[in-house]
Ligand binder design. Structure first.
Ligand code: MN
Length: 209
């Protein structure tokens, strides 16, 4: 696999205020999610790699051989990476539709933006238990909607469908229970109002480089 730069092992700040995604995702959920859940994944991941050869590798490299590593690396490394991506692809003043090359790729792979959304909503709703829904760029450059269990992700060698994730949605109950309780589909539908399509487009461009 290609070389990738070492990631700095720092817990990332949320790129906006805890209440920035209101009313779609409430401030209390965001604060607990970031300072407790995400923080715990980061701390446990770092504890698992500190002083080992993994410390000098980037996440992509670690995920590419995660099946050979301790389960703590898979679960907490996934939790660390997935949430960092999740925060980035949301933001205040989000929503709408992607433009340009990403919009074209979505039309080409799914037929239309609405059809893509339907597939993504289904992936998020049908993920049994805890996990994530993804929009990924596959090796052949096409887009696909997938979902993974727990804190797995499409960069991992154990993923059923592999690819470079450009949009992520956390469907663990901790991501929505305070506001939506058992109504996961309402949370998924609210999510579209906070998607930061410029961030998703940047990742799409990064994937095709
Ligand atoms: Mn989460």
């Amino acid at each position: 696999m290609s070389q990738c730069e070492r990631t700095s092992w720092e817990f990332p700040a949320l790129p906006y205020a805890y209440n920035a995604l209101e009313p779609y995702i409430d401030a209390q959920t965001m604060e607990i999610h970031h300072t407790k859940h995400h923080r715990a994944y980061f701390d446990k991941f770092y504890a698992a790699i500190q002083g080992t050869e993994l410390e000098s590798l980037c996440m992509k490299h670690i995920f590419s051989m995660v099946s050979t590593l301790p389960l703590a690396v898979r679960n907490n490394g996934g939790g660390f990476f997935n949430h960092k991506l999740f925060w980035k692809v949301m933001g205040p003043n989000g929503g709408g539709e992607p433009q340009g090359a990403l919009a074209e790729a979505i039309n080409q792979s799914f037929g239309s933006f609405e059809k893509f959304k339907t597939l993504f909503n289904e992936a998020a709703a049908n993920r049994f238990g805890s996990g994530w829904a993804w929009l990924i760029v596959k090796e052949d450059g096409s887009l696909a909607v997938t979902s993974t269990a727990n804190q797995d992700n499409p960069l991992m060698d154990i993923a059923e469908v592999k690819g470079f994730p450009i949009l992520a949605l956390d469907v663990w109950e901790h991501a929505y229970y305070l506001k939506y309780q058992n109504r996961r589909p309402e949370y998924v539908s609210a999510f579209w109002n906070v998607v930061n399509w410029s961030a998703v487009t940047e990742r799409f461009e990064k994937a095709s480089q």
